[in-house]
Design a protein around this ligand. Structure first.
Ligand SMILES: Nc1ncnc2c1ncn2[C@@H]1O[C@H](COP(=O)(O)OP(=O)(O)O)[C@@H](O)[C@H]1O
Ligand SMILES: [Mg+2]
Length: 456
């Protein structure tokens, strides 16, 4: 290494040496010697200075090197540096730990040997591939100490020298074991939440069912007592008919038969029998209908998509809520006679029952309380609006009504789950939405929107 100063010094020395040469040839010049010694001193001082500078630079370089090494070795991600032919130049501690091989063992070795057989070739190709493209998030397996594969996701980028020429590639990789575990944990938690939510759906259903059972019992009582009454009448008629027929069979006289006919009121009896039987049949049919509705309401959660008539579902939902209440609310239903839908009938039914029940609760203390249900289609969706002219919702509670366990009703009356469950059924299962708002005229309105055709 020379500097401009070095050159000047050399020229000076050349001149001096010429003069010293003269001395050797007998031309004595003492001042030349003195000058030589002085110059030597200066040169020595320069050398010492250069030496100090050099050492300082060396120390700086070493510091930088140590810093980089400490960073590289404390990385938890894997680092591999290779040349353009795919020969390993450097690896970090994370890789040593994962593979059980040391950096010095690996230097100069082909990149592919770090990976399991399945991926070796793919990684060897990186050296070629990298000239045109970077490789991101490629899942491969490192060969572990016992030969087993350790999954990692790697990125591979080209490395250039100071002239901008490709000088190799750099691979960084993140072990997937941890990610997988985190993902697994997440899934388990999610599954648990889903189960909990399904239990909630079920328990809310049971709660609503409990409320309905009282109404149903009351409702069943009517047709059943009707059928009972009719059957007792028929039983009495049977005795009278048997007596009359007995007289005919033993060939009683015409007079006796006529007497019996009028005593036993046989003509009235014959007129009555038809309506009695019709009435009983009607009662039995009504019981059948109630049981059918009840079954639809209480089918378990595993619902199947089907084609159904939304108008019928709205009517039954309203009917059930009305029947279950001691004071029957006024419900005005303004919907098309039939509205065919493909989706989950049971869920839609459950959502509507919840909305109508809430509306009925809201108008409970209102003299002119009234619930209005409207439905209509727009493009490929159908909207059902359940509105009431009851209490309305306090503005600061508008967003909270869909929260689980949010209720303003007394213990034993409200669970605070109806809207929460309805919301999740509407959005998750039915691919629709459920919105709530206050009406300008007072009271609240809840709007359920679902697609006409659910895509499975
Ligand atoms: N139509 C409505 N009018 C006024 N407030 C309502 C209406 N629907 C729901 N809310 C409010 O939302 C709350 C939560 O409703 P919900 O989730 O069905 O639970 P719950 O009916 O058991 O209280 C109710 O307690 C009530 O305060
Ligand atoms: Mg409710």
């Amino acid at each position: 290494m020379t500097s401009p100063g070095d050159k000047a010094a050399n020229d000076d020395i050349g001149g001096l040496m010429a003069r010293v040469g003269n001395i050797e040839h007998g031309m004595v010049d003492e001042s030349a010697w003195i000058e030589v010694i002085q110059r030597m001193d200066t040169i020595y001082a320069d050398i010492v200075r250069y030496q100090v500078e050099l050492e300082e630079k060396n120390a700086g370089l070493e510091d930088a090197h140590r810093f980089i090494q400490s960073v590289i070795s404390s990385m938890t991600d894997v680092l591999i540096v290779a040349d353009t032919r795919g020969r390993i130049q450097q690896v970090n501690r994370a890789l040593e730990e994962l593979t059980g091989r040391t950096a010095s063992d690996l230097t100069g070795v082909a990149l592919g040997t770090l990976f399991t057989e399945e991926y070796a070739e793919q990684v060897e190709d990186f050296a070629e591939h990298i000239r045109t493209d970077v490789i991101t998030d490629c899942e491969v397996e490192l060969r572990g100490p016992d030969g087993e594969g350790a999954p990692i996701a790697i990125n591979c980028t080209p490395r250039f020298d100071h002239d901008g020429r490709l000088s190799g590639l750099v691979i960084t990789g993140r072990p997937l074991g941890e990610l997988r575990r985190a993902y697994q944990d997440l899934r388990e938690t999610h599954d648990q939440l889903k189960t909990a939510q399904q239990q909630l759906v079920q328990s809310e259903k049971m709660a609503s069912l409990g409320q309905l059972v009282a109404g149903v019992a009351h409702e069943l009582n009517n047709p059943i007592s009707f059928v009972f009454g009719n059957m007792h009448a028929l039983k009495r008629y049977e005795k009278r008919l048997a007596e009359y027929l007995g007289a005919i069979h033993r060939s009683a006289s015409d007079k006796e038969r006529e007497q019996l006919r009028s005593d036993l009121k046989i003509d009235r009896l014959l007129q009555d029998i038809g309506p009695l039987i019709d009435g009983s049949l009607e009662g039995a049919e009504r019981v059948g209908e109630i049981v059918e509705d009840l079954r639809r309401f209480s089918t378990p959660n595993q619902q199947q998509c089907s084609r159904f008539d939304l108008s019928r579902v709205i009517n039954t939902a309203a009917e059930w809520v009305i029947k279950a209440r001691r004071e029957r609310p006024e419900v005005v239903i303004d919907i098309p006679p039939s509205l065919e839908l493909y989706g989950y009938e049971g869920y839609v039914h459950q959502i509507l029952v919840n909305l109508i029940q809430n509306a009925a609760d809201a108008i409970e203390d209102y003299k002119d309380g009234r619930i209005a249900i409207r439905a209509g289609t727009q493009n490929s969706t159908v909207t059902v609006e359940v509105s009431d002219n009851g209490t309305g919702i306090a503005p600061d509670q508008l967003l909270r009504v869909f929260d689980p366990f949010f209720t303003t009703k007394p213990v034993g009356k409200g669970t605070g789950l109806g809207l929460y469950i309805s919301y999740s059924l509407a959005t998750d299962q039915c691919q629709g939405k459920l919105e709530g708002a206050n009406r300008d005229e007072g009271g609240a309105v809840f709007t359920l929107t679902v697609p006409l055709e659910l895509s499975e």
